[in-house]
Design a protein around this ligand. Structure first.
Ligand SMILES: NC(=O)c1ccc[n+]([C@@H]2O[C@H](COP(=O)([O-])OP(=O)(O)OC[C@H]3O[C@@H](n4cnc5c(N)ncnc54)[C@H](O)[C@@H]3O)[C@@H](O)[C@H]2O)c1
Length: 250
């Protein structure tokens, strides 16, 4: 695994109870950072915490709730006195045609996948500005680019919006020495994609379009995230970087 030294840094990873979030929390912890593990699900957050090199407690909160977000950031500052890195990873993926999708499912996708990133960037940005800098990594998706992903209009809209928000945030926060980027994974083997991977015919078509010839695993995303959190990426901001085995080439 690619390694960087993040000793002395404090990082927040949202949706870190399982999947890519858990792998990133592990990677950041292995790199020496103190990691605050957020998830809406208390049991899975506790499981991730148990596997890290720290005795930090889970930060159980719904990131779509602005008050809960402020409470989580306040608690981090009270627990650790600083916040250097934020990984906005939590997301939901409602599955329905536009004609069938409920207003609640549409709204939830935008709330969790996009508005939450604004709430956290605002709360964390204030702390980072006062401290003289920081790093924000948003976990987007290649679905945020123009590639066909059926029956996920809320998810696709939120991930496209996230790429736009990342650019604005990067422009505004550059003056405060805060870098903001989006990482866009292709299909990664997690619970989120379990149903997709069950459709063998669809998967064969999808795989045929991946030059590296395989789906990703959560650990495939970690190296890029660690790099973006490191000083090696000091001149890199406002980007949406794909990690997808070459499926989407920009
Ligand atoms: N798996 C993929 O193929 C894939 C592809 C592209 C992008 N992504 C992105 O990567 C990120 C992680 O995906 P994953 O596959 O690990 O997903 P996952 O569904 O396996 O895990 C998501 C985690 O987020 C948590 N969560 C959901 N809503 C939350 C909320 N409101 N507040 C706090 N936590 C919440 C869930 O409890 C869960 O632990 C997401 O942003 C997703 O859109 C995943």
């Amino acid at each position: 695994m690619f390694s960087v030294n993040l000793k002395g840094k404090v990082a927040l990873v949202t949706g870190a109870g399982r999947g890519i979030g858990r792998a990133m929390a592990q990677g950041l912890s292995d790199a020496g950072a103190i990691v605050a593990v957020n998830d809406i699900d208390a049991a899975s957050a506790a499981m991730t915490c148990g596997s890290l090199n720290s005795d930090a407690n889970p930060y159980v909160a719904d990131v779509a709730d602005p008050q809960a977000v402020q409470g989580m950031i306040d608690r981090m500052i009270s627990d650790f006195g600083r916040l250097d890195i934020v990984i906005n990873n939590a997301a939901v993926e409602p599955f329905a045609s536009i004609l069938e999708m409920s207003i609640q499912d549409w709204q939830r996708a935008l709330d969790v996948n996009l508005s939450a990133v604004f709430y956290i960037s605002q709360a964390a940005g204030r702390i980072m500005k006062a401290a003289g800098g920081g790093v924000i990594v948003n976990i987007g998706s290649i679905a945020g680019h123009n590639i066909p992903i059926a029956l996920r209009s809320g998810y696709v809209a939120s991930k496209a919006g996230l790429i736009g928000f990342t650019r604005e945030c990067a422009r505004e926060f550059a003056a405060y020495n805060i870098r903001v980027n989006t990482v866009c994974p292709g299909v990664i083997e997690t619970e989120m994609t379990a149903h997709l991977r069950e459709n063998k015919e669809q998967m064969a078509k999808w795989l045929a379009d991946i030059p590296q010839g395989r789906l990703g695993i959560p650990e495939d995303v970690v190296g890029l995230v660690l790099f973006l959190c490191s000083d090696g990426a000091r001149y890199l901001t406002g980007q949406a970087i794909n990690v997808d085995g070459g499926k989407v080439m920009m």
